[in-house]
Design a protein. Sequence first.
Length: 420
Amino acid sequence: MSILALGLNHHTAPVEIRERVAFAPERLAIDLQQLVKVQDVQEAAIVSTCNRTEIYCNLDGDNISELMTWLEQTHGIEKSQLEPYLFSHSERDAVKHLLRVCSGLDSLVLGEPQILGQMKSAWQTAESEGTLGKHLNRLFQHAFTVAKKVRSDTAIGSSPVSVAFAAVQLSKQIFGDLSGKTALLLGAGETAELAMRHLHGQGVEKLIVVNRTLANAEAMASEFGASVVPLSDLHDVLHLADVLIASTGSPLPVFGKGAVESAIKKRRRQPMLMVDIAVPRDIETEVGELDDVFLYTVDDLEHIVDEGRRSRQNAADEAEEIIEHQTEEFMGWQRSLQAVDTVRAVRDNATEQQQILLKKASARLAAGDTPEQVIEQLARALTNKLIDPPTRALRQAAARDDTQMLNAARQLFGLEDNNR
């Protein structure tokens, strides 16, 4: 068995590639069931966010070619287009990667907490679909515990830095004071809610939530006194937005150049900031060609969060030490499983020898031998059966001067060191 992490993220691939291999939430259950049918895949989980698409597997072997082919075919992307952006980690490196991801050490915004919730959601989906087994289930649970330890034992989460926070910081850079401005949130997910919280904290005068499902939007908007508009009426309110932050899960752009051009005319050429943090993107790239429109994507936010990343670096160094130790903890557990199989084999062999010799002893009693004779013979025979294989192995070790094996044997059998 081999634990594997395969995928791409904001470190390895631009948004144009990431959006092509994002898994649609409504198809994730189906994709998981197809994934575990791939040759050698024993367990699997899929993580798909705006910044990463990653597959975690327990493989019967180490050949990942079938897995890569499945990923290419599932998303209709050619090998030559995808392979340059993929990474793969196995065993210890895969374990360490997952721990770093859950702890926010691999995020665009160092230490951001949203990724832990997304990883838990991925685990819950895989668990409900029955695609997790002993190894991956234990690994994810361990990763969640480590992420909690990192946040409690270091200052990695001491300031409110996230992609949503970075989008609001960008708004401040463009407009300065945000009081008196109107912000439109396209989408009602966790990222949109966090962005709304930051915008509200910056004194934004009016907040508008546009979403396909009104109930979700109303639940998010109620805390901040925001207006709620159905997605079908987006074009009626688009011109009101000084700041628009888009983060839906739509597989296609929600609007394009024409809609924004009309909104700008209604605004009488007042500038509009549009931050598209969705993957796939909600706003067509041509919108950025318009005058009076400042369009930014997830990738554009990286320079904004550099300062926050630097301020958290010391805490991240401490977190990396925790990750190293906890990675070894998990690998130790995995190695212990090998001992379980060995112990079981030793016990099964001893039990088999015991039953064979008991049957012979019973036969001798039935033939008239005294109990004392039978017990003595049984004890001698059982001892010889159990110690003969290790005794021969130790003689061979001594012949080739294998002191390591000889010392291990003394420790294994609990023998005192006569040289002390």
